[in-house]
Ligand binder design. Structure first.
Ligand SMILES: CC(C)(COP(=O)(O)OP(=O)(O)OC[C@H]1O[C@@H](n2cnc3c(N)ncnc32)[C@H](O)[C@@H]1OP(=O)(O)O)[C@@H](O)C(=O)NCCC(=O)NCCS
Length: 196
């Protein structure tokens, strides 16, 4: 009986959060698909003209933050999982393809502050922003940083704690700071070409 009540409360809260964010996103030109799970503590900070678009069957775990400003835009495909306390901040565009898996505690940020001029505080020098793309079926391990202008290719794997500063080719497995390829998914060691 108690289990049933708890399940009902959880279901009710998920439904309320879904409705709340659907209204907020749509008012601001964004969209949200079907069967999207939004857990407690999720925040979406956006302004008009900087939409957040979320596909079907997306899961935004506890504490996820999606934020757009300047000319930012966030597009999330279908069947995407975004792990606890991941923060996605866009001033250009961040596109996340279908079936992407983002583990907890990731930072995905598509802009830098301009810092060249010593006579002006950095926070008054403006920003440079460039689109980030995470293509379908990629897996970003826990605690990574994905920086401005990067494309993580289809089916790529980014090891836990990596800092991604350059494009990751499709199906490559990268690790480290800065992230470098250690192997390719589905390729047998010793084989010179083609997937296994
Ligand atoms: C990248 C990863 C997928 C590779 O797994 P794997 O294919 O089993 O590779 P291995 O464990 O054999 O590691 C290969 C080498 O890379 C090193 N390595 C693996 N992951 C690493 C990482 N994240 N950072 C630094 N080095 C790493 C290993 O120590 C090993 O080094 P060695 O050859 O000198 O011994 C895995 O290590 C990883 O980071 N997983 C993410 C876990 C995670 O975030 N889980 C959350 C789930 S939601």
């Amino acid at each position: 009986m108690l289990g049933k009540v708890i399940r009902l409360v959880v279901f009710f809260n998920l439904g309320l959060r879904y409705l709340f964010w659907k209204i907020i996103l749509e008012i601001n030109g964004g969209a949200i698909g079907k069967k999207v799970k939004i857990f407690e503590g999720v925040k979406m900070a956006l302004k008009r003209g900087c939409p957040i678009m979320i596909g079907d069957h997306v899961s935004l775990q506890k504490g996820v933050v999606l934020s757009t400003s300047e000319k930012g835009k966030i597009r999330i495909g279908n069947d995407v999982y975004i792990g606890e306390y991941s923060v996605i901040t866009s001033n250009a565009e961040i596109e996340i393809g279908d079936h992407v898996l983002i583990s907890p505690h990731n930072d995905i940020v598509d802009f830098n502050h301009i810092y060249q001029d010593r006579s002006i505080p950095i926070n008054r020098q403006g920003i440079t922003a460039e689109k980030i793309t995470i293509q379908e079926d990629a897996w970003i391990g826990s605690g990574c940083k994905i920086l401005r202008g990067v494309t993580v290719g289809k089916g790529a794997v980014v090891g836990a704690g990596s800092v991604v500063t350059k494009d990751v080719p499709s199906y490559h497995v990268v690790i480290g700071d800065p992230a470098k390829t250690i192997k390719e998914r589905g390729k047998k060691v010793g084989k010179s070409d083609g997937d296994s």
